[in-house]
Design a protein around this ligand. Structure first.
Ligand SMILES: [Zn+2]
Length: 152
């Protein structure tokens, strides 16, 4: 496992900037209607590992079960992070590692997850309960319980 390091990130214009302590392991990109459009590559960290350094105006965007609070900069439109909680109530921050400014683009590897099938199941998905049909369909993709353990 790689070492945990402090990384710096920001939106395009810099109105929103942050630091995050992470080993950059367990990165995911998701094919759901939201993540896929934005090209998000997410790293899930605890709230203590994330520090907002520039708190410029952001718009909060909610969809589906409204459990994940997606924020994007009102000036440049870039989403640097989202906030949510795991099924057990633990607060989590999902950092969009494409907004890290101190690593080379594409120096990371992300696992693809089938959020399009998973999150599309509405309330059932929000409880992190996979259907057998979904479990069969994902193949090598991350399974829904694994995804749910990171996020709900
Ligand atoms: Zn911005």
């Amino acid at each position: 496992m790689a070492d945990v390091k402090t990384h710096a990130g920001s939106c395009r214009c810099g109105a929103v900037a942050y630091e995050v302590d992470t080993d950059l392991e367990g990165l995911i990109e998701c094919n759901c209607s939201h993540c896929y459009r934005k090209g998000l590559v997410l790293n899930f960290v605890g709230p203590d590992a994330f520090r907002l350094m520039a708190d410029g105006p952001q718009t909060e965007y909610l969809f589906n079960t409204h459990k994940i609070r997606h924020f994007f900069c009102e000036t440049c439109g870039v989403q640097s992070f989202a906030r949510g909680s795991k099924p057990d109530g633990t607060q989590m921050v999902a950092v969009n590692i494409r907004t890290l400014t101190d690593i080379e683009p594409f120096s990371w590897t992300a696992r693809r997850v089938d959020g399009r099938s998973f999150w599309g199941r509405g309330r059932k998905a929000s409880r992190g309960v996979p259907s057998t049909a979904y479990s069969r369909s994902v193949g090598s993709l991350m399974t829904s319980p694994e995804l749910a353990s990171r996020w709900s």
